[in-house]
Design a protein around this ligand. Structure first.
Ligand SMILES: Nc1ncnc2c1ncn2[C@@H]1O[C@H](COP(=O)(O)OP(=O)(O)OP(=O)(O)O)[C@@H](O)[C@H]1O
Length: 311
C-alpha cells in the first residue's frame, strides 16, 4: 500500500502541491488525472523518490520512507513523461544500462531483459537502435526499463501521451497484463476518459490538491445529481410533450431535433410507470434511455477547465 500524507511542494514562493493526501491499495490501478500544471509530475516524482518534498510523508506498507529515497527507488518503478535521446544505443544495450544502475548481476540480466522485452512486445527490436523506434515502441521500452528491478509499484507519467490510437491500445494491453501480474500502478493523464476504463480508482488533482476521489461511477454520482432521460418518438413530438408536462417528476423538458430530454427526479419505479403510461396512450416510442454522465464534462466541472495556474 502506498500512502501520501499531506504532501506539500514549493518551488520558491510557488506552491505546486498543496497538502495532498491519497492512498493506493495493492493491486490497484490508480488514475491520477488533472489539467496541465496541476502538480501530477511533481507528486509522482516525490512518490518515486526522485524529488524531495517541502513537507509531508510517503509511506509504503505503513513504513515512512520520506527520508529514504533509495528505499523508495527500490520499491518503485518510474516511467517519466519524457523519453531522452539515446545516440548509438541498441534496445538490449539500453536495458542492460538500466540493469546496471540497479546492480542486477550480469548472470541474471539476459533472462530479465528478454522477458521484459517480450512483455512489451519488443523482442523483435532487440538489436535495433533506440532512436529508430516509433514513439509507441519507445514508450513501451521506457515501461520495460521501469520494470527492470521488478518493483511492486509502478508510477507512469502520461504513458500514452502523443501516441496514435493503435499505440494507445497496445500500451493499455501491456498495462492490463501488468495488473494481472499483481503490480500496483499509478498512472497520470490530463484526459479523464482515457483512464476511465483502465483504472480501479481515480484521483482528480487541481491546483495541487485532490478535487475528487473514487471509482469513476462514484465521482460521476457525486457530481451528477440530476437524472436526464432521453425519449425518441416516431413522427411528431407534440403529444409526448403534452403528456410530459403533466408529470410531477418531470422538471424541465428540452426539445432537441429528433428527441426530447427531460430532467427527472423520480425513482426507477416511477420511471417505468411513466414509460408504461406513454405506451398505453399510443405514443410511438423508439427509444427511452437515461443519459450517461459525460466524463469530459465532469472533468471540466471539477477542474474549472483550462490550465491550472495556481498561486
Ligand atoms: N522545477 C520547477 N520550478 C518551478 N516551478 C515548477 C518546477 N516544476 C514544476 N513547476 C510548476 O509546478 C506546477 C506543477 O507542475 P507539474 O509538472 O507537477 O504539473 P503536471 O500536472 O504534471 O502538468 P503537465 O500535465 O503539464 O505535465 C506547474 O505550474 C509548473 O510550472
Amino acid at each position: 500500500m502506498l500512502e501520501i500524507q499531506n504532501l506539500v511542494k514549493k518551488y520558491g514562493k510557488f506552491t505546486a502541491v498543496d497538502g495532498l493526501s491519497l492512498t493506493v491499495n495493492d493491486g490497484e490501478i490508480f488514475g491520477f488525472v488533472g489539467p496541465n500544471g496541476a502538480g501530477k509530475t511533481t507528486t509522482m516524482k516525490i512518490m518515486a523518490g526522485l524529488l524531495s518534498s517541502t513537507s509531508g510523508n510517503v509511506l509504503i506498507n505503513g513504513v515512512d520512507v520520506t527520508a529514504h529515497p533509495r528505499k523508495l527507488r527500490e520499491k518503485i518503478g518510474y516511467m517519466p513523461d519524457f523519453f531522452g535521446v539515446y545516440d548509438n544505443l541498441k534496445v538490449d544495450e539500453y536495458m542492460d544500462f538500466y540493469a546496471g544502475t540497479y546492480h542486477i548481476p550480469y548472470s541474471e540480466r539476459e533472462t530479465i531483459i528478454n522477458n521484459l522485452l517480450e512483455l512489451v512486445d519488443l523482442s523483435h527490436k532487440k538489436d535495433a537502435y533506440v532512436d529508430t523506434l516509433s514513439r509507441g515502441m519507445k514508450q513501451r521500452l521506457c515501461l520495460a526499463r521501469s520494470l527492470i528491478h521488478d518493483p511492486d509499484i509502478l508510477i507512469l507519467d502520461e504513458p500514452a501521451s502523443g501516441l496514435d490510437p493503435r499505440a494507445r491500445v497496445e500500451m493499455k494491453e501491456v498495462l492490463k497484463q501488468l495488473k494481472t501480474l499483481g503490480k500496483t500502478i499509478i498512472i497520470s493523464s490530463h484526459i479523464l476518459p482515457e483512464l476511465a476504463e483502465l483504472c480501479t480508482v481515480i484521483g482528480i488533482i487541481d491546483k495541487g490538491k485532490i478535487a475528487a476521489y473514487g471509482t469513476v461511477a462514484q465521482i460521476m454520482q457525486q457530481l451528477t445529481q440530476k437524472r436526464i432521460i432521453k425519449i425518441k418518438v416516431m413522427g411528431n413530438m407534440d403529444q409526448l410533450i403534452t403528456i410530459l408536462k403533466e408529470q410531477p417528476n418531470v422538471h424541465e423538458i428540452i426539445e432537441k431535433v429528433d428527441e426530447v430530454e427531460i430532467e427527472y427526479d423520480g425513482d426507477d419505479h416511477s420511471l417505468a410507470y411513466l414509460l408504461k403510461n406513454m405506451v398505453q396512450q399510443d405514443i410511438p416510442i423508439i427509444s427511452f434511455s437515461e443519459k450517461e454522465g459525460n466524463l469530459e464534462e465532469i472533468f471540466m466541472q471539477i477542474t474549472e477547465g483550462g490550465e491550472s495556474d495556481h498561486d
